[in-house]
Design a protein around this ligand. Sequence first.
Ligand code: ADP
Length: 382
Amino acid sequence: MPGSLEEQTVYIFAPTGRDARLIVDTLSEADILAKTCSSRDELSRALQTGAAAAIISEEALSSQDVQELARHLESQPFWSDLPILLLTFAGRPTPQNISSGRAAEVLGNVTLLERPLRPMTLRAAVRSAIRARMRQYQLRRRQESLQHAISELEQFAYSASHDLREPLRNIAIFSELLEKEHLAALDKTGRQYCNFVRASAKRMETLIDDLLAYTRLNDDESHNEPTTADAAKCVEMALASLSTAITESGAEIEVGPLPVVSMRSTHLYQIFQNLLANAVKYRGEAPPRIRVSASREEGFGWRFAVKDNGIGISPEYQERIFGLFKRLHTNAKYSGSGIGLAICQRIVQRSGGKIWVESEPGRGSTFYFTVKHERLAPGGRG
Ligand code: ADP
């Protein structure tokens, strides 16, 4: 499917009218849409609305123009890599073509075309640039339609979970009323059935709440809130929310120095909340011993680790547990919805990191995840 006229247009920025006219004539003979720009500003504006390629002669660009254009090109979306054909002078280096060498480096997807230019060479280079650009636009359309399909699915999951709550609430209320007001009419088995109904409704409510939390992660991202989080504070908040379970289990938790990272603090809190809750929940015979730490990940940022001495996970399940609703135990043994790790994975992957576990059954687990860094927070706990 062809894109807009702008997306099929080649923009030309050449200072001498003769050069530009020659290029326009050569391209229009080949049925290629071409437009000339009289200034770099006009070129930048044109590129903003979409372009097939740009043809620029090196003497048209001052070094400031090169920097401005480079900045403009750097802000392109991920699918976009605008082809630029840079017309250079053949022969001895001059101040102009020295600057074109630098321009070629900073402008990215640049093809150098030496003058005098043969029309055939120009047409072949422009056609190849346009073909590459059309593939980029195709990629953008695919990505947009995929994103649309994902949003619709998420919207569906959200509405479905939301609509399920009301009948569920009724089940819980009426089973409670039945037990309360008709207790005498119920024998022991009847009362037991009522309890099962109530417990199942409660469990379904938890599942739906967790599913809603998972689908809401997308809404969170549209808010554009500050994206730095102090990991030490997030851990502290997570520990506070788990204080009852920590006290009951006799867990000892050690927290090393933690950095400030590029991530929303609600998200980092959610990760620690899930990992620490699991470290306490999936404990063995001994009271939980948990350690939270961070170390630098070369060329990326930080690698966090949450280490426990719990029941551990067999190697064959170590990837599967990050999937939605994937659990290794019955609800009677360990309660849960199988969504916590899926939420962690989604958050981490969206910020460009990864999450994984290293574990041996019976010998504890260490969950790792990576995050881009900001700066080291002073001190630490533990
Ligand atoms: P939930 O805890 O609600 O079941 P999660 O998505 O948090 O869901 O975890 C998925 C599964 O991974 C759990 O059911 C459990 O079997 C396993 N798991 C998670 N964390 C640990 C841990 N620290 N030690 C052992 N098993 C774990």
